[in-house]
Design a protein around this ligand. Sequence first.
Ligand code: AMP
Ligand code: TRP
Length: 335
Amino acid sequence: MARVFSGVQPTGNLHLGNYLGAIRNFTRLQDDNECLYCVVDMHAVTVWQDPKVLKNNTREVTAAFLASGIDPKTHIVFNQSGVPQHAEIAWIFNCVARVGWLNRMTQFKEKAGKHRENASVGLYVYPNLMAADILAYKATHVPVGEDQKQHLELARDIAQKFNNDFGVEQFPIVEPLILDSAARVMSLRDGRKKMSKSGASDYSRLNLNDDADTIALKIRKARTDSEPVPDGSPESGDRVSRPEAFNLLEIYAALADQPISQIQNEFGGQQFSQFKEALVNLAVEKLGPIGAEMQRFGVDPKYIDSVLFDGVERARSIAEPIRDEVHEIMGFLRG
Ligand code: AMP
Ligand code: TRP
């Protein structure tokens, strides 16, 4: 039985990419593994968050976990700031990771943009905290979307350097679990951009709490080209030449849990208007119940808070002795 860890930031607008790239896979790992799923509020504040909104967003991500089928009794669902060992180990990793390693992180470059000098220091060392999240539990398996691959490689480098520097076998080498299908869901408005919480237009994403009418409207309005649905033949194009068309096919395939080739066999050659109606039905069937459950949890914040509180206690009891081992290795005196 492996220990699985993953995190999602409470930064609002949870969308189909978060679900297909990450949260749905979290649920599928529950049978054979010991899982910790974390709402990473300390990662969220690397960019400005309104405190009241942050609280609500933390509850919303928790609700999405539960609505998607994560069982908080068998597994651990908690918020990061409740377990101080994440920050403690992150500090040590700030002293292990090299400036050159962080300089290569593409997400920092994207998020800091032109205002690099003005970005928070937290945003820069964000991947070190992410490594600490995972290694505070010696977790080995980490389900994420494709955009987190580089951060997981950094977590491996940190674990390896720590082990080498101190001549120990303290930290395991992390395995990314990035599924091929839907590891990178693209915007409904621009097939070259990732679907993201911060995409300016709400029409660029399907939010997990969208109702059926909104899902239908967004899919009907999704950008496509003027060609029919690609049927798999070379003449019908590829992901590069027809990014929007393939994005919709990939979304369908992921929601239906079938290979994309099968979807192409079924719909290839049809008009997109027809295919979109099938996608509307499938998306409403799969996402509708999740949105409804999220709403149900939304009116019961006390229950959500009790889940997090319980998760924090259980997470701490794993992370504390691991932090103690790290302190011993480092030569920190214990009072
Ligand atoms: P975040 O919202 O950045 O905290 O991401 C939470 C999880 O969703 C991470 O595992 C991401 O890799 C994944 N994710 C975010 N956006 C997408 C996307 N467009 N396609 C697939 N996975 C995604
Ligand atoms: N950085 C991840 C994201 O933005 C979230 C995250 C934080 C995470 N800590 C983690 C994911 C640990 C996996 C493991 O999506």
